[in-house]
Design a protein around this ligand. Sequence first.
Ligand code: NAP
Length: 320
Amino acid sequence: MHAFRLAAVGSPPALARIARPDPGPGEVLVRVAACGLNFADLLMIEGRYQERPEPPFTLGMELAGRVEAPGPGVTGFRPGDPVAGFPGIGGLADYAVVPANRCLKLPAGMDMLQGAAFQIAYGTAHLALGHKARLLPGETLFVTGAAGGVGLTAVEIGKRMGARVIASARGAARLETARQAGADVLIDSDAPDLSRALKAAGGVDVVCDTVGGPAFLEALRSTRPEGRLLTIGFAGGEVPQVPANLLLVKNLSVMGLYWGGYLAFRPDILTDSLATLAGWIAAGALHPHIGQTFPLEQAVEALAALRERRTTGKIVVTMA
Ligand SMILES: NC(=O)c1ccc[n+]([C@@H]2O[C@H](COP(=O)([O-])OP(=O)(O)OC[C@H]3O[C@@H](n4cnc5c(N)ncnc54)[C@H](OP(=O)(O)O)[C@@H]3O)[C@@H](O)[C@H]2O)c1
């Protein structure tokens, strides 16, 4: 089968032909239709992601496809079932092995592209805003990187939870994408004095930050008493250092959220959230934004588009 492989950390990944894997106990072999790309794929290639699988391995964290064969002991999945799964690696290939407890059946009404694109982005935004920050109707949510994979879903879910949403992204076209997802106030991330713009917009109750760096600290200064700041990622490359005195004076909370981390200590929270989100998408209540699709042969170009901030929402790679 074809697989998009990383031979060594720091080396350019490339398409290769390898043997089709067999599902072990508790696993499902999936014939992959589509694989969603994530910023974490870029970090993994550089060896900078928190999960560090030993190369060589096949890239691709989340996928959708049809069950080819359930492994020994697996019940609940049959050949041909349409599924979404998040194996963590291995999705950028014709076939992938996925732990059965990381698979869910695609509801009628959800297609393969949506199935491959929704899990990590919507899952992260949903747990962050609901489970973690307890965003309330009428509160103001500020989302950085709001045209990106996670950011755009945070805008949409924030609106669904009844918040007023302020979105920041780079340039008018990307801001328009955030507006279409429901953002009420738009701020160009290249404009100076974010803190002032946020205060002019009335201040913020919850910050959902996927970019890090100075934007996080400026948002901190514009957060109302009892505000909650979610640190989700550092796409800008800089990990902000938080002045604890400001947290004390304004009764603020800074919260870390690592979606995949729930697999280790509360997988039920994660799988319940995914089931809820799949239902909402199938019912048409959420609209996954797939900015661009690429065939597997163009996986290098797909990663370049992500690295160079050229697409909005999710990039999905499709298999033949
Ligand atoms: N904690 C978790 O569980 C979790 C889950 C998923 C993702 N993440 C993290 O969240 C961040 C976003 O992930 P994603 O998949 O949504 O990525 P993405 O689709 O690439 O979105 C990232 C956004 O950040 C903005 N950005 C600002 N400075 C950037 C820079 N120097 N390089 C690249 N982008 C920059 C870009 O928007 P503009 O061009 O409009 O500025 C881009 O749209 C990453 O750090 C990722 O590792 C964390």
